[in-house]
Design a protein around this ligand. Sequence first.
Ligand code: ATP
Ligand code: MG
Length: 512
Amino acid sequence: MSNPDELLRIENIRKTFPGVVALDSVDFDLRRGEVHVLLGENGAGKSTLIKMLSGAYRPDSGTLYAEGREVRIQSAQDAERLGIATIYQEFNLVPDLTVAENIFLGRQPRRFGLIDRRKMEADAEELLRRVGVQVSPRARVRDLGIARLQMVEIAKALSLDARVLIMDEPTAVLTSEEVEKLFAIVRQLRADGVGIIFITHHLEEIAALGDRVTVLRDGRSVEQVPASTPEDELVRLMVGRSIDQQYPREHPEQGEPLLTVRGLTQNGVFQDVAFEVRAGEIVGLAGLVGAGRTEVARAVFGADPYDRGSVEVLGRELPRHDVNAAMAAGLGLVPEDRKGQGLVLDASVQENLGLVTLRSASRGGLVDLKGQRTAAARIAEQLGVRMAGLGQHVRTLSGGNQQKVVIGKWLLADTKVLILDEPTRGIDVGAKVEIYQLMNELTASGHAVLMISSDLPEVLGMSDRVLVMAQGRLAGELTGDAATQDAVMALAVTTPPSNDPAVKEVEAPRGH
Ligand SMILES: Nc1ncnc2c1ncn2[C@@H]1O[C@H](COP(=O)(O)OP(=O)(O)OP(=O)(O)O)[C@@H](O)[C@H]1O
Ligand SMILES: [Mg+2]
């Protein structure tokens, strides 16, 4: 008997890739006017499942029903015909086209056989207003930051007027203000009767937005529960055990300053930034999006130039804008945009893990492949990278597992000071704790970590000291009991004394 509100039903779906069973007997259903959350660890099969509905993959076996009728979804066109729109975890936009062209790709409005640019741009503008993002329809997609890309993807999906909207980790790169805008849109769509499949690793979003939750574990649908289920219960269902301590920071003894930054200035971006990071220390760098944290990290690492100031590692000044010198001195940077800057997607897990160490591992000009393999295997095991083997191409790893590889390559490189920019974005709750443990190990062995994060509980839970940036300047420093969410926020919204605000865009970091 089929439910009249049922939009989609999946029965006993199986999907394998060479060496991997991604999905093994999964059941799932979606109703009109609900937000159905898909929950599971990195590599559990969430993205694979939705790709079966969007026509990107075909199941090996199992049955799909749309409004009670059995269907085959063999292509993106099939999915579109059934009213299914998808926002992928890894963006699907064409960098060289404009925002409007991307939104209407393949279905541009025409007039007398020609593309009606004016109408296309006006329609795009209206959609962008609906999602509440300030971006010109004529902007090139390649020039947009990652949060804006996500908002353009959402605008594009809205333009399809879908009955089913699939969102794969849409909030991973958004600030709390953008998340609120997105939730308002999703709630409106739900009220209009759209069925929404929502994937997230932020558990607090589940009760806030969801109706039902399907938990996937190792490619199986293990449970279906209401979204009001307590978080610790959701964690237990998802990882198969409970997590007692989300932020297991140990405080090792501190040693000499490893990294010293003085008067660092990039005109119009950040001014007079000065701090040090000592051996054994985790220093958190908090602030609003646009406060200049990523820019400072990139300048310290030599990825971008700066106008004034200095960067020293162990008392030795680094040349500016020289990544090789920074790496040779023992600096490492895990960037916020893993796909663009952190990985070679068509190389293997082992090759990616070895990217930084390659030079130090070569003996007399020869690369020590065996040593590299052993080291790569150890770190992949420690981080719990879910893969068919070290030879698997990084492109085919799940999103969270790609992030683990980016972190792993720097852990392997024996970096003295590791700068982490949003290290746990897209990482499941269990794997987060593993990454925190590795940060503990790094600092216990006399190394240091500088961590940028918009996840305030994470910054407060793992840092020994928190630096807060506001509009391109260090607004203050907090330690011990003084480091609270309120104190960080109060500093983050301070206006600097001078009138050269670095960035106008001011948004609140994510709280829990
Ligand atoms: N094209 C592919 N080739 C080989 N293996 C693949 C391919 N796509 C996915 N896999 C594997 O299938 C498994 C499930 O991956 P999937 O991307 O569905 O996980 P996920 O639940 O979305 O994880 P995350 O939270 O990290 O995004 C993983 O082991 C992944 O490596
Ligand atoms: Mg995924």
